[in-house]
Design a protein around this ligand. Structure first.
Ligand SMILES: Nc1ncnc2c1ncn2[C@@H]1O[C@H](COP(=O)(O)OP(=O)(O)OP(=O)(O)O)[C@@H](O)[C@H]1O
Ligand SMILES: [Mg+2]
Length: 125
């Protein structure tokens, strides 16, 4: 498992582009939370990362159980994390709310039994 690797690489690329550190931090937090959710709850995923002069976009498409009730999952403190995940420091139920807080646009689509897709956009200026 390379948990955190994708978001670490995204952060490094944005730093190299010379983007505002506060902006880089917002993207890194959103990417990290999305990546950790895939690692904990899904079986596999693709993360697509794109940068234009206007915006940074992260698409995360996973195959997994999906999220049956997105509104509930978006609530602060809601978590289905197992005891093992909690022992590793996960399960505060703050990942999705944190993505929302750091994103300018955030859409979640999910099909139970199939998977989940996150579309995260952060504007550059
Ligand atoms: N990709 C996903 N596939 C299936 N379920 C998910 C996925 N992402 C989140 N969930 C569900 O939504 C809940 C809330 O997610 P969120 O990231 O906010 O909190 P958490 O992962 O439980 O805890 P934290 O992120 O604070 O460690 C999860 O507990 C899980 O039930
Ligand atoms: Mg999470």
């Amino acid at each position: 498992m390379n948990a955190g690797r994708a978001s670490t690489q995204i952060k490094a690329m944005l730093k190299e582009l010379g983007l505002d550190p506060a902006l880089v931090r917002r993207v890194a937090i959103a990417a990290y939370e999305a990546e950790m959710n895939v690692v904990m709850y899904a079986s596999r995923a693709t993360m697509t990362f794109s940068v234009t002069p206007e915006q940074i976009r992260i698409l995360v498409d996973d195959q997994g159980p999906g999220i049956p009730d997105i509104a509930t999952a978006m609530q602060e403190g809601y978590s289905t994390a197992t005891k093992e995940m909690r022992e590793m420091g996960f399960g505060a139920g703050m990942g999705l709310p944190n993505i929302k807080r750091n994103a300018d646009e955030f859409a979640v689509e999910s099909t139970p039994g199939k998977g989940t897709r996150l579309d995260i956009t952060i504007y550059i200026n």
